[in-house]
Design a protein around this ligand. Structure first.
Ligand code: G6P
Length: 607
């Protein structure tokens, strides 16, 4: 979704801002703009891609060493140049870029219009700009602070004014802002990936704090104007993490990074001596975990599919009941929940608005909340009572891949940990630890299926519909495979429990509609085989993801992709890999923008 980059220092700002916006392109956006301050404001903005903004800047450069910029994902008002940020307040006394949504913008707009402020766009952001202008006297940060007290909703803000050259003021509530602390220069961004390569240390602004950046200084105050003693932390990402390297797309790079990502997720957490796993930041004592009657897993999108795999893992390995809830539904329901229920939010970004709200609602009701999260310092990571980081490195491709497999790996380790406190024996624990350790190598072997997948992709690239079918541990993988295909190739796809397809989706089966069957050897192999035969009997093409050397499936399926054998509970991690690759290759063959699929955003920070 929307992205913010700000720079104040000694170098030409526009170049740094455009470079930062390019790093944020993956978040999803539909217009881009910037303003620099140099003897006045220099605003440049364009509907469309950052490339178009760069083209405009080539014709009309924006001078100066201080500026703010933005990529906008339209909410209030269409994706036009007029609605693109920055927006000016008053007669150009301030310029503002904004992430988030202002819920009371209509009433504020009426009040500001009555005071004589003239609105030029359809955005909620312009309200903020005029509001700050209405408070502006001799202190920009204080004008921002006062304006923020009138706003309802969410915001990450960056503000400049021609009356305060070299100064950027930022504020946040419910939308992230991270400061990059350099030598004689400071940056601000909604996402640390825009800062990589410029600075070594960052500070994550906290809710309701206001920051002021100049080339030489940075200061933070809280909502009551009290100064905050802020401590920086190292950014921990390098350029290799945010560049594509030799890969054509971030998504492909991230698919291939999975063996390393899983190693990082497990590093230091598996314990041979006690045949269990350990986590540094759960902040729950053994009694609380032993006493838990139930877990609720809440998440959105791909993370929701990881949560369903987690449900199977917890119920089998830890023998604890689990409910999986879409965060967007859970936040507004009022289900009776027993006292001994632990709520676990699963999120790559740590900023998904619905997941954050679901977690806050659970806290309000007194439940211990945990998070499985990738982005360090994100809102959900900070607000949860405890949690586990994925350590998967930045995930840039909008379609999530390595975050999914890392989430499932962490869930498997958590299930082992909770299981060992309850009923799993030491030998069972030892087996699980051994199998988990073998995972990265298993994924490396699985990636060798890429060639087979490419052949299948060429054959089916032009279909209009597809079914994905799997049972038990592989049902959520069927959902995830279908989601991947939809997201990046725009082919309609449905994931179903393989046997459930008889109750409806089988009506869709014809020779133009392939069914992707997840059918490795395992407990439910024979059952899934019967479902496969049912599809074949109706003339539907079958693409089977099956264990290496499985002749029985090979005889029945039209196309086959081989994966190595794995214990049932680890099969989701192996079986999802060919589905990620299939979606990727089909999308490429169809000429789709794999890393920036239409209408989607990497991190959905609005409801
Ligand atoms: C968006 C992304 C998905 C992601 C979902 C949840 O829809 O496009 O890839 O799975 O948000 O995001 P989270 O960061 O909470 O895992």
């Amino acid at each position: 979704m929307c992205g913010i980059v700000g720079y104040t220092g000694h170098r030409p700002a526009a170049e740094i801002l455009v470079g930062g916006l390019r790093r944020l392109e993956y978040r999803g956006y539909d217009s881009a703009g910037l303003v620099t301050v140099d003897g006045g404001l220099h605003v440049r903005k364009r509907a469309g891609r950052v490339d178009e903004l760069a083209g405009l800047l080539a014709e009309q450069p924006a001078p100066g060493t201080c500026g703010i910029s933005h990529t906008r994902w339209a909410t209030h008002g269409g994706a036009t140049t007029t609605n693109a940020h920055p927006h000016l307040g008053g007669d150009g006394s301030v310029a503002v870029v904004h992430n988030g949504v202002i819920e009371n913008y209509a009433i504020l707009k009426q009040q500001l219009q009555a005071e004589g402020f003239v609105f030029r766009s359809e955005t909620d952001t312009e309200v903020i700009a005029h509001l700050i202008a209405s408070y502006l006297e001799d202190d920009l940060a204080d004008a921002v602070r006062k304006a923020c007290t009138r706003l309802k909703g969410t915001y990450g803000l960056a503000v400049v004014s021609p009356r305060f050259p070299g100064l950027i003021v930022g504020a946040r509530l419910g939308s992230p802002l991270v400061l990059g602390i350099g030598q004689h220069e400071h940056l601000m961004a909604s996402d640390p990936s825009a800062l990589v390569g410029h600075i070594e240390n960052v500070f994550y602004l906290q809710e309701r704090q206001i920051c002021s950046l100049t080339a030489e200084e940075w200061t933070i105050v809280d909502a009551d104007k009290a100064p905050v003693q802020a401590r920086t932390q190292p950014i921990n990402w390098d350029l290799g993490d945010v560049d594509k390297g030799s890969f054509a797309h971030y998504m492909l790079k991230e698919i291939y990074e999975q063996p390393t990502a899983l190693e990082n997720a497990m590093r230091g957490r598996l314990d041979d001596a006690d045949a269990t796993a350990h986590f540094g930041g759960l902040n729950l004592d053994a009694q609380q975990l032993r006493r838990a009657d139930r877990f609720i897993f809440t998440a959105c999108g791909t993370s929701y599919h990881a949560a369903i795999v987690g449900e199977y893992l917890f119920e089998e390995l830890a023998r604890v009941p689990v409910e999986v809830e879409y965060a967007s539904e859970f936040r507004y329901r009022n289900p009776p929940i027993d006292r001994n229920t632990i709520v676990l939010a699963i999120t790559q970004s740590g900023e998904t608005a619905d997941t954050l709200a679901a977690m806050r609602e659970s806290k309000r009701k007194g439940h211990p909340t945990l998070a499985i999260c990738n982005v360090v310092g994100s809102s959900i990571a900070r607000e949860a009572d405890g949690g586990v980081y994925l350590h998967a490195g930045p995930e840039i491709g909008v379609a999530s891949t390595k975050a999914f497999t890392s989430q499932v790996t962490v869930l498997a380790m958590l299930a082992l940990f909770v299981g060992r406190m309850r009923h799993l024996s030491a030998p069972q624990g030892e087996r699980l630890v051994r199998e988990l350790r073998g995972l990265p190598q298993l994924i490396r072997e699985t990636l060798t299926c890429d060639e087979q997948v490419q052949q299948v992709a060429r054959k089916y690239a032009n279909v209009r519909n597809a079914l994905y079918l799997g049972r038990q541990y592989l049902f959520p993988v069927a959902l995830e495979g279908a989601l991947k295909l939809k997201e990046i190739s725009y082919i309609h796809a449905e994931g179903y429990p393989a046997a459930e397809m008889k109750h409806g989706p089988i009506a869709l089966v014809d020779k133009e509609t392939p069914s992707v069957f997840l059918i490795p050897r395992g407990e439910v192999f024979d059952k899934v085989m019967s479902n496969l035969e049912e599809i074949k009997a109706r003339g539907g093409p079958v693409i089977a993801v099956a264990s290496t050397g499985d002749e029985r499936v090979a005889r029945k399926a039209d196309d086959i992709i081989h994966i190595p054998e794995a214990p049932d509970y680890l099969q989701p991690l192996v079986a999802v890999v060919p589905l990620q690759l299939l979606a990727y290759h089909i999308a490429r063959l169809r000429g789709c923008d794999v890393d920036k699929p239409r209408n989607l955003a990497k991190s959905v920070t609005v409801e």
